[in-house]
Ligand binder design. Structure first.
Ligand SMILES: [Zn+2]
Length: 83
């Protein structure tokens, strides 16, 4: 059955998304999402779950490698163009 516009809009009045609940990390005090590991220190319920320092250093190493590769490629291309 076809509804009036106000009927549809009344029904959809409850469809808005709620904001995610945030709280302070009990280990480092950073704002974190509830029920998830703290992305700042890697702790959840006073236990270290993620080794943030080593994982970030790995990520940085990867980034550096990528940059180095891109730089090497760009240099090689530049050399080819200059020939
Ligand atoms: Zn934390």
């Amino acid at each position: 059955m076809r509804h009036t516009r106000s009927h549809t809009r009344n029904r959809r009045a409850h469809h808005a998304l709620k904001e995610r609940a945030l709280s302070a990390c009990s280990h480092c005090g950073a704002v974190k999402k509830n029920h998830l590991v703290c992305m700042n220190c890697g702790y959840y319920r006073e236990r270290e779950i993620i080794d943030v320092i080593s994982s970030t250093s790995k990520k940085e190493a990867k980034k550096k490698n990528k940059k180095a590769e891109a730089g090497a490629e760009a240099k090689a291309e530049a050399k080819e163009e200059s020939k």
